[in-house]
Design a protein around this ligand. Structure first.
Ligand code: GLC
Ligand code: MG
Length: 425
């Protein structure tokens, strides 16, 4: 959260399964569209928050399988845990966790719930200190929800019950849940003087309903939302103009909401990449790198014609003296790497080659020079390789464009470095 000073322009709070992540789309088309939009237009001044029912470890597992950007904040286990940052700079919010102990006793919850034979405990990996979860059919859930809170209250335990996806039943401390955790987070930001201009919450199932109750937020239910959420909307939020049911699925529904509520740019660079003019003037280093890698992906996938003119365009973008340091340590002129790239036209088509950039930042380091930094991930035949990348760009006043002066890449810790010959840029 210390990434930038001042107030975030937008806080986007997204559930993951079946909201940002479309499990029916192995190509992750809309997620990648969202990613490019976020990195090009929001990363520098907005906050990305994931808010999921998954435990932190299950969420981490999903991040290995799907091209999810690094969020600024992750709220996991249906609001039971809040984590800021990622990797080595990750910090868990212990103040929040301590609050959840109020009128909570896990052992009593387990004991009282065991008296309902219809409640089938979820696997151990889905159980958390502040979350006791079951599988149960809807009719039974409705009956249990009528009596369980009273029984627990008699024993001094105050709970919140959440039913999701037509089968998942969570017992949480009263103050937890997605609403409790997001409210806490927004209050914390306000105290720190970082109250966002806008907040958009995005969901698809029962445990998301609470998010739309947070005051002032805009909300979208993606088109593929679960019956129980739509029913909640009909009964509770139908007249709220700040909440709507998108006509598109998952990530596409989120982009649709950004547009509908006028929250900022809503056109993904993936939808507008003009390959004929992609080399034309772009004075924003972030847009420049996002566009370049989209072009590169299309070249490798054979989605642009194999023509030398593109290689010439790329050469115009970069300095003839510019050097690219490959993650293997090998150094060559950028123009030489462009020639190498020429040979790989179409080689990624069958392999579903995709590229996405994560954590793109740019800083001005002199009157006419910028340093763009980002993690670059590429996926080919389902295998992901990642590297951290720095690009030095210089503004060439007479040509009115940015020129790539230097590129430096190094493998990310967990990335394999075999098969390096196919790694260009
Ligand atoms: C996720 C969790 C599960 C929980 C469900 C609904 O699927 O893994 O434990 O019950 O979300 O919140
Ligand atoms: Mg979901």
């Amino acid at each position: 959260m210390d990434r930038f000073d001042g107030t975030p322009r937008l806080i986007l709070v997204a559930d993951l399964d079946c909201t940002l992540v479309d499990h029916d789309d192995p190509l992750n088309t809309d997620l990648l569209r969202f990613n490019a939009l976020w990195e090009a237009h929001y990363r520098h001044d907005s906050l990305l928050v994931y808010c999921t029912g998954r435990s932190f470890s299950s969420y981490s597992g999903l991040r290995k399988k799907k091209p999810l950007l690094t969020p600024d904040i992750a709220i996991t286990s249906v609001g039971s845990e809040i984590v800021y940052g990622s990797g080595e700079s990750m910090v868990r919010d212990d103040v929040w966790t301590a609050r959840l102990d109020d009128k909570w006793n896990r052992d009593i919850v387990v004991e009282e719930t065991s008296k309902f034979p219809q409640l089938e405990p979820q696997p151990d990996k889905s159980q958390e200190p502040h979350k006791v979860s079951f599988f149960v059919e809807r009719e039974h859930a409705i009956e249990i929800m009528k009596v369980l809170p009273g029984r627990l209250e008699e024993r001094g335990v105050d709970v919140k019950l959440v039913y999701s996806n037509g089968y998942a039943f969570d017992v949480l401390p009263k103050g937890a849940g997605k609403q409790g955790s997001l409210t806490y987070l927004l209050e914390k930001l306000e105290i720190e003087g970082k109250q966002p201009s806008n907040t958009l919450v995005c969901g698809d199932s029962g445990n998301d309903a609470e998010l739309y109750n947070v005051p002032q937020v805009y909300g979208v239910m993606v088109s593929n939302s679960h019956e129980e959420l739509l029913q909640w909307y009909e009964e509770n939020a139908k007249d709220n103009p700040k909440i709507f049911h998108a006509s598109q699925r998952c990530g596409a529904g989120i982009i649709e909401a950004i547009q509908r509520f006028n929250l900022g740019p809503s056109v993904s660079p993936r939808d507008v990449l003009d390959t004929e003019n992609f080399h034309a003037e772009s004075l924003n280093p972030v847009h420049e790198v996002v566009k370049f890698y989209l072009f590169y992906e299309r070249w490798r996938c054979g989605e642009v014609e194999k023509s030398d003119k593109y290689l010439q365009y790329l050469k115009l973008l970069s300095s003839p003296l510019g050097v690219f340091v490959h993650p293997s340590g090998e150094e060559k002129l950028i123009h030489e790497w462009i020639d190498e790239m020429g040979k790989l036209h179409g080689d990624g088509k069958e392999k579903q080659f995709r590229i996405w950039l994560d954590k793109v930042t740019s800083s001005q380091i002199s009157s006419d020079t910028w340093l763009a930094r980002f993690d670059k991930h590429e996926s080919s035949e389902g295998k992901v390789r990642s590297c951290s990348t720095k690009v030095l760009l210089s503004y060439q006043g007479e040509k009115e464009k940015l020129t790539w002066m230097h590129i430096h890449q190094s493998w990310s810790d967990d990335s394999c470095s075999d098969d390096q010959e196919k790694w260009i840029f």
